[in-house]
Design a protein. Structure first.
Length: 235
């Protein structure tokens, strides 16, 4: 057998060491010192961009989703037509939901005591009648659907179909029937002050972004059925 050669310690090469010159060393130290600050500034910039570019559109998407979930059409919420057996006649050609009859008539009597004479203009409307009101007048007036929907609900989307809506006028100012000028009458001022006592609420005020202001249009919210019907609208 061959004998192993003795390893000469001088045959092992020394590790080569290189040293950074002073200028490079100082630069590295500065980078190490300022790198946390650079990282923070970079992070803040990224967060700002995410908020401006990412979050706002996301919030818009959420808003659109919420709007779509309530199934609006041209700004109007859907309403089911009341069964005929829940309607009562309060005046010739004017029917309302049986739940609101007593409160409605009592409100008129109380107004009369104060020298205010309320007149009922329109109550329950069938979906078929609302269909004629929406499309026929839209055609006569040469209106687009969105324009017509500002002043009249599409069929199936009117509060009047629930039987809980009532249009009210001033018996001494009939020229203001179905007109915004109704808000200047004694009847409207009395309603604003007293209607809530009888569980009535103005449906379409000046702040409504979908439907034009209708000071004559009131709805009843004095029963559980009525509250269920208008739950989404009251959100």
């Amino acid at each position: 057998m061959e004998q192993k050669k003795e390893i000469n310690q001088f045959d092992i090469p020394f590790a080569k060491r290189t040293y950074l010159n002073n200028s490079n060393s100082r630069l590295l130290k500065k980078l190490l010192i300022f790198s946390p600050l650079i990282f923070i500034l970079f992070s803040l910039t990224i967060i700002r961009l995410i908020r401006e570019i990412g979050f706002e559109p996301l919030s818009n998407v959420n808003f659109q989703t919420e709007r779509n979930q309530d199934h609006r059409i041209l700004g109007h919420l859907p309403y089911k037509e009341i069964p005929k057996d829940k309607l009562v006649l309060i005046e010739p050609n004017i029917e309302v939901h049986v739940d609101m009859r007593e409160s409605l008539l009592k409100m008129r009597e109380e107004a009369k005591k104060d020298g205010i004479y309320l007149v009922f203009l329109s109550g329950y409307r069938s979906i078929n009648l609302q269909n004629n009101i929406f499309y026929s007048i839209k055609s006569i007036r040469n209106q687009e659907a969105a324009e017509r929907a500002r002043v009249s609900a599409p069929p199936g989307y009117s509060e009047h179909s629930t039987g809980f809506a009532i249009d009210i006028g001033d018996a001494t100012k009939r020229e203001t029937d179905f007109e915004t000028e109704f808000e200047n009458t004694g009847a409207f001022k009395w309603l604003i002050k007293n209607a809530a006592k009888f569980h009535f609420k103005l449906s379409f005020n000046k702040n409504n972004k979908y439907i034009d202001y209708e000071p004559w249009h009131w709805r009843y919210e004095g029963s559980i059925d009525a509250l269920k019907v208008f739950e989404i609208s009251n959100k």
